[in-house]
Structures are given as structure tokens and as C-alpha cells.
Design a protein around this ligand. Structure first.
Ligand SMILES: Cc1cc2nc3c(=O)[nH]c(=O)nc-3n(C[C@H](O)[C@H](O)[C@H](O)COP(=O)(O)OP(=O)(O)OC[C@H]3O[C@@H](n4cnc5c(N)ncnc54)[C@H](O)[C@@H]3O)c2cc1C
Length: 338
């Protein structure tokens, strides 16, 4: 049986961030080739991407977002420039920052401290579960680790269409109890719909939304989005990204939180491996990091609940407030600091 210092499951935002901080003998496993399993509109903040040296993946940048309701369009000045990125390019650039070995395998779960995949069994001193909402390692050893009642769902399609604003739609006619979005990315745009709960009609919502632009849905991808922070360490398994619920409730922004958590987590594991800190100290630091913004996560989750059947006039009022420059700037800076 092969042994590694660290095995990371999931080669997306969180997993690649963990890998970027590790110097030991590291294996990163994903069931898909790196950068081929896009599930996201891939919108994030330009200066954040620059801070991790992945700005070459930017496709388009934005200084304003349009907020659409049933009958109005409000313009939100963005405190920091936003962008859409090429997922494949991002992942492959980020992977170059690590010295991890990549293997394409499907991880089945953990038993007796070992990882079982469809091809092999592995052992490591530490594991990082960065497998997204399904938390494949944690969920195989802790019963009901994934709370199915705390999952939103979002799908999207990328098709040829050009625009110059990021667009969000809170409009029951597009999707009930959720939001629609249109994220331009160069010659294409990503049209998506998400629902803060189960929504059996979500595919039809996306089709109708795209057709309202006189366009046709292309291939569709999507994922569940967890809300609520989960336990960040179980035995010698560290969790980062959607697997631990880092994605922000309400906005479903998960890229920055996944990378921030993955970076912190990788740094801690590296220090423990190099005996710079004890494991108990590393675990404590990572727990503190994971829960330090819990009150804001809880606040956003409360706002998310209020978005179930909101009145159009209340949404218009909120968006109108957000169109005022100092209000937008204050609210966005506060939000970005979470
Ligand atoms: C439609 C949609 C649009 C979104 N748009 C945005 C956006 O514009 N901006 C933003 O910030 N956030 C967005 N999000 C949220 C964001 O995509 C996630 O929060 C983010 O991808 C989480 O990163 P992660 O690395 O934790 O998990 P993921 O990106 O989900 O990666 C998990 C990885 O683990 C691998 N994996 C899973 N199970 C196994 C297994 N059993 N064996 C091997 N490998 C496995 C997967 O193949 C995948 O590569 C969006 C989400 C959705 C669904």
C-alpha cells in the first residue's frame, strides 16, 4: 500500500489551495482531470485572484452589478472590481504552485484510517477532505455528516452571448425562493438559476430564463450548495471549502472562502508535518479560524431564510438602498471581510 504525508481529495478551489502550501510528499486525487469539472459561474474578486497569482485566468472584469427585480433594474457600484475566470486555466495555473502528485481516481471513502478509491487503497499521516458538499471522507465515517436539509441547488449553462454587467435576478417569474444570474465571460455568458431548497422545476426555470433572451440552453452543469458551517477536523482529516460549509449563505459565494480556508489549512498541516507546531495546537488554530466568522454566517443564513417568498417591494427597497454609493461600499466591504 502506498503511503503519503498528505492526501487531498478534490482538485478544485479548496484542494488546490491546500496543495499550494504543502511541501511534503502529497497526493491529490480527483475523479475528473484537473479543471474539467466546472460547476460554478466562476465569479470572484480581481484583487483576491491577484493575491494568489492566478489573474491570468481572468476572462472579463466588472465595476457594476445590475440587480433585477420583477419590474426594476438597480445598479450596484462594486467596492472592488469583480471578474469571471476560466476554470480550467485557473486550476492548472494554481496546481503549478504545488509539488503534489495528481491521480484521477474516484474516492469511495475511509475505513480504519485508510482511503479506498476505485483503483487503490492509500494511507497518509493527514487527509484533507476538499471534495465539495458531499464531503466524501467525513461522510463515510460520521453518520449524516452531510445534512440534506441544508443544501441549496444551482445549475447553469454557458452559451455565446456578450454583456458588460454582472446581472442578478430576484424575480419569482424566473425562479421562486432563489435567484437567477447572468455572468458574462468574454464571448460567452453563464446563465444560472439557484434555489434555496429543493426545486424539481429548476431545469425548466433555466430553460425559460435563457429563452427570455431569445437564446437556447447549452450543456447544463450544477451542484448542491451547503449552508451552515460543519465540523472542520475529524481525527486526522481536515476539511476545507464546501465540504465544511465555507460557502457563504445567501450569495452562495464559495470560491474565496474555499481558497482562504484551504490556504490556512495547508499551512497548518505543513507546520505540523515540520514539527513547528503540535497537532493539538494546529487543530485548535484551524477550529478557531473556521468558526471565527460564525455570527456572520448565521446572519447571512437568516437573510437567506427571509428570501423565501420575499415581497417585490421589499426587494426593490433593499436594492435601491444598495444603489447608493456609500451604502454599497460599506455593505460590500463588510461582506468581503467575512
Ligand atoms: C451553479 C453554481 C454557480 C456558482 N457560482 C459561483 C461564483 O460565481 N462565485 C463563487 O465564489 N462561488 C460560486 N459557486 C460556489 C462555488 O462553486 C463553490 O463554493 C466552490 O466550487 C467550492 O469549492 P470546493 O473546492 O470546496 O469544491 P468543488 O469546487 O465542488 O470541488 C470538489 C472537487 O472534489 C471532487 N470530488 C468530489 N467527490 C469526489 C470523489 N468521490 N472522488 C474524487 N473526487 C471527488 C470533484 O470532482 C471536484 O473537483 C457556485 C456554485 C454553483 C453550484
Amino acid at each position: 500500500m502506498e503511503e503519503f504525508d498528505v492526501i487531498i481529495v478534490g482538485a478544485s478551489f479548496a484542494g488546490l489551495a491546500v496543495a499550494s502550501k504543502l511541501q511534503g510528499n502529497t497526493l491529490i486525487i480527483d475523479r475528473k482531470e484537473i479543471g474539467t469539472n466546472v460547476t460554478s459561474a466562476c465569479g470572484t474578486i480581481v484583487k483576491f485572484l491577484e493575491s494568489i497569482g492566478c489573474e491570468s485566468s481572468i476572462l472579463q472584469t466588472f465595476g457594476t452589478a445590475a440587480l433585477h427585480t420583477e419590474n426594476k433594474e438597480h445598479h450596484l457600484p462594486l467596492a472592488d472590481e469583480f471578474c469571471t475566470i476560466d476554470y480550467w486555466k485557473f486550476c492548472n495555473e494554481y496546481f503549478k504552485q504545488s509539488n503534489a502528485e495528481f491521480r484521477k481516481e474516484n474516492v469511495i471513502g475511509m475505513k480504519n484510517g485508510l482511503i479506498k478509491t476505485d483503483k487503490s487503497i492509500y494511507k497518509a499521516k493527514f487527509y484533507a477532505d476538499c471534495s465539495g458538499w458531499s464531503a466524501v471522507l467525513a461522510n463515510s465515517i460520521v453518520k449524516d455528516f452531510v445534512d440534506k436539509d441544508k443544501l441549496s441547488i444551482a445549475i447553469e449553462t454557458e452559451i455565446p452571448y456578450e454583456d458588460n454587467l454582472l446581472r442578478f435576478f430576484i424575480d419569482d417569474k424566473i425562479v421562486e425562493n432563489g435567484a437567477g444570474w447572468l455572468f458574462p465571460a468574454g464571448a460567452n455568458s453563464r446563465f444560472g438559476v439557484g434555489s434555496y431548497g429543493k426545486n424539481p422545476k429548476i431545469n425548466k426555470c433555466l430553460k425559460d430564463f435563457v429563452e427570455s433572451y431569445g437564446l437556447k440552453v447549452g450543456s447544463v452543469h450544477g451542484n448542491c450548495i451547503p449552508y451552515g458551517l460543519r465540523e472542520p477536523v475529524i481525527d486526522n482529516i481536515f476539511l476545507a471549502g464546501d465540504s465544511v460549509g465555507n460557502v457563504l449563505p445567501l450569495t452562495a459565494e464559495g470560491i474565496r472562502p474555499a481558497i482562504r480556508a484551504g490556504t490556512f489549512c495547508g499551512d497548518i498541516i505543513n507546520k505540523v508535518l515540520k514539527s513547528q507546531i503540535k497537532l493539538s495546537e494546529g487543530v485548535q488554530k484551524y477550529m478557531q479560524f473556521s468558526f471565527k466568522n460564525k455570527k456572520y454566517y448565521d446572519y447571512l443564513a437568516r437573510l437567506q431564510r427571509r428570501m423565501l417568498n420575499p415581497s417585490n417591494s421589499r426587494i426593490n427597497f433593499m436594492f435601491k438602498l444598495l444603489s447608493i454609493n456609500p451604502v454599497a461600499s460599506f455593505a460590500l466591504r463588510k461582506y468581503e471581510s467575512i
